[in-house]
Design a binder for this molecule. Structure first.
Ligand SMILES: Cc1ncc(COP(=O)(O)O)c(C=O)c1O
Length: 464
C-alpha cells in the first residue's frame, strides 16, 4: 500500500531551480567568510519553493523496504524504499537488535573515549578480532565512520613529499585524505589502467626517493563499476607503490563468501591497505582499515588523526556490527546475498524491458540514467509523489548532464517491490520529460540541457 506525498503544489517552476549546482557556491572568494554562503541558501530555497530539493530527507519509520519519510521541508511521503543502504536488510534483524540491546544493558550507550585512551570495549576488541579472522589474519584497526577510515588510511601513511595516484571518481574521504597529506596528487581517468601506468612512470622518472600510494575503490558507488585490482597490483610491484582499495559498498554484500570484489577477483592478499565501512551492510556507523601486519596497524593507531583524536565506536555500535558479521559470515548471509543479487538482476532486466537505462555492473547500487539536471529534479519530485523513494544524484557527484537515480537494493525487497519501482519510475520519467521539454520551449537557455533529455527520451521510446 502506498500513499502519495502531500507536497506543496506550485504553479511555476523557475529557471534557477532547474539549473545550477552545488559546485557554483564552493569557490566563492571574499573576506566575508560566512556571508558568502548566502548564494547557496538562496538557490536551495528556490529549489525548495519549487519542490525540487530532494536532499536531507528523514525517515519517519525504520529504513526497511517500505517506509515513511519526510522531506527537509516536512512533507510526508510513504512508499517502496530504494534509498537506504542496508543491503542485507540487517538494520532491523531481531538477532542484531537483541545484541544491541544487551550491549546497552551491559555498558550504557557511550564508549566515552578515544581508542588510544580508554575508548575500547569488550565489543570493539571482539569486533577487531572477528574482522581479522574474516580477512584471513590481516590486522584490523577500527574507526568511528567509514569516511574517517578512508581519510586516515591516506593521512596516516602519506607524507608531503610522497605521491598519491587516484581515480578521478575516488570518494571524498580519499580525496580529502590525500589533500591533507601532500600536494602531489595525480588523478587518472576512471578505471583506466594505462592512465595509471603513465602517472606512475612519470613520477618514478623524476622521483625514486619517495613513496607512491595507488588508490581505488572496489565498487564505485555512483557508477557501480569496478577496477582490475590484479592489474593495479602488478603496477604497484613494477613502480614500487602501495595499493589501497576502499571496499565500502561490496564488502559483506557481494560474492558468495561476502568478501566482495576482493574475493571475486581473488586479490585479498594482493591489497596492502583495505578500507571497509559498516554503514552499508553491517547495520551501524563505523569503519575499519585492514593491513598486513601488526606493526603497520599499531602505527595507524597513533598516527592517523581520526583514530587517535576521535571518540571510539560506542559499545552498541561495536556489538551491532559484531552481530552483523555473524550473519554475514553464515549460511543466512549467503542466502541474503543470493536474494540480493536475484533482486538486482531482476531489476536490471525489468528496467531494460521498459527502456530505463541502468549503468555499470550488477551490485546493490543500480544507477538509472536520467540525463539533464533539470529533467532529473522533476523526475525525482514525481517519483516521490507517486510513492517510491530513490536518491537522485546530480553534478558534481556525477558528470554534468549525467544525473541519475542511485537505486539501492536490499535483500528483503520482493520482486513486487521491484515491479512497483519500475512502473513508477517509468511513469515519473515520462511525466518529467513532458514537463521539462515544454519548459525548454519556454526558456531557450534550458535548450543546452535538451540534448541529454532528448537522448533519454529516445532510449525510453525505443524500448517501450
Ligand atoms: C567508497 C566509500 N568510502 C567511504 C564511505 C564513507 O562511509 P561511511 O558512510 O560509513 O562513513 C563511503 C560512503 O558512501 C563510500 O562510498
Amino acid at each position: 500500500m502506498t500513499k502519495t506525498i502531500q507536497a506543496n503544489q506550485f504553479d511555476d517552476i523557475s529557471f534557477g531551480a532547474l539549473t545550477g549546482s552545488l559546485r557554483d557556491f564552493k569557490a566563492k572568494q571574499g573576506t566575508d567568510m560566512l556571508g558568502r554562503t548566502d548564494g547557496f541558501f538562496h538557490w536551495q530555497e528556490e529549489r525548495r519553493r519549487c519542490d525540487l530539493w530532494p536532499y536531507a530527507k528523514s525517515t519517519a519509520t525504520a529504513p526497511r523496504t517500505h517506509c515513511a519519510a519526510k522531506t527537509d521541508g516536512g512533507a510526508l511521503m510513504e512508499g517502496v524504499n530504494f534509498a537506504s543502504q542496508d543491503y542485507l536488510s540487517l538494520s532491523s534483524h531481531p538477532a542484531i537488535k537483541e545484541a544491541a540491546t544487551e550491549a546497552i544493558k551491559e555498558y550504557g550507550v557511550h564508549s566515552a573515549g578515544s581508542a588510544a585512551l580508554l575508548g575500547n570495549t569488550r565489543h570493539s576488541l571482539l569486533l577487531e578480532k572477528r574482522i581479522t579472522e574474516f580477512l584471513d589474519g590481516r590486522e584490523t584497526v577500527l574507526y568511528p565512520t567509514g569516511w574517517s577510515a578512508g581519510f586516515a588510511a591516506i593521512q596516516g601513511f602519506v607524507r608531503p613529499d610522497d605521491h598519491v595516484v587516484m581515480d578521478v571518481l575516488a570518494h571524498s574521504c580519499l580525496q580529502e585524505g590525500a589533500r591533507a597529506s601532500t600536494r602531489n596528487i595525480h588523478f587518472h581517468g576512471h578505471l583506466n589502467v594505462r592512465a595509471m601506468e603513465r602517472r606512475l612512470q612519470k613520477i618514478r622518472a623524476n622521483d625514486t626517493e619517495n613513496g607512491i600510494l595507488l588508490v581505488t575503490e572496489s565498487l564505485f558507488s555512483m557508477h557501480s563499476d569496478t577496477p582490475d585490482i590484479a592489474a593495479m597490483r602488478a603496477l604497484c610491484d613494477e613502480y614500487n607503490a602501495v595499493l589501497l582499495v576502499d571496499c565500502a559498498h561490496d564488502f559483506g554484500s557481494m560474492a558468495d563468501d561476502g568478501r566482495g570484489h576482493m574475493s571475486l577477483q581473488n586479490v585479498l592478499h594482493d591489497v596492502d591497505i583495505i578500507i571497509g565501512s559498516f554503514s552499508k551492510t553491517f547495520a551501524s556507523n563505523g569503519g575499519f582499515i585492514s593491513v598486513k601486519d601488526r606493526a603497520t596497524a599499531e602505527y595507524l593507531k597513533y598516527y592517523s588523526a581520526t583514530q587517535t583524536f576521535s571518540n571510539a565506536l560506542s559499545p552498541v555500535q561495536a556489538a551491532t556490527v559484531l552481530a552483523a558479521f555473524e550473519i554475514v559470515d553464515s549460511a543466512e548471509g549467503r542466502d541474503r546475498r543470493r536474494k540480493l543479487m536475484d533482486n538486482i538482476l531482476y531489476m536490471r532486466s525489468e528496467m531494460g524491458k521498459v527502456g530505463l537505462e541502468t549503468l555499470g555492473d550488477p551490485s546493490a547500487i543500480v544507477p538509472v540514467r536520467v540525463g539533464a539536471e533539470g529533467l532529473a529534479r522533476i523526475a525525482s519530485r514525481d517519483l516521490s509523489n507517486l510513492g517510491a523513494i530513490a536518491n537522485l544524484v546530480e553534478y558534481p557527484a556525477v558528470p554534468q548532464g549525467g544525473a541519475r537515480f542511485r537505486v539501492q537494493v536490499m535483500s528483503d525487497h520482493s520482486h513486487e517491490d521491484v515491479d512497483k519501482l519500475v512502473v513508477l519510475m517509468l511513469q515519473a520519467m515520462r511525466s518529467a520529460e513532458k514537463e521539462y521539454l515544454s519548459l525548454c520551449d519556454d526558456h531557450p537557455s534550458l535548450m543546452k540541457n535538451q540534448r541529454a533529455a532528448a537522448q533519454f527520451a529516445d532510449c525510453v521510446r525505443d524500448a517501450a
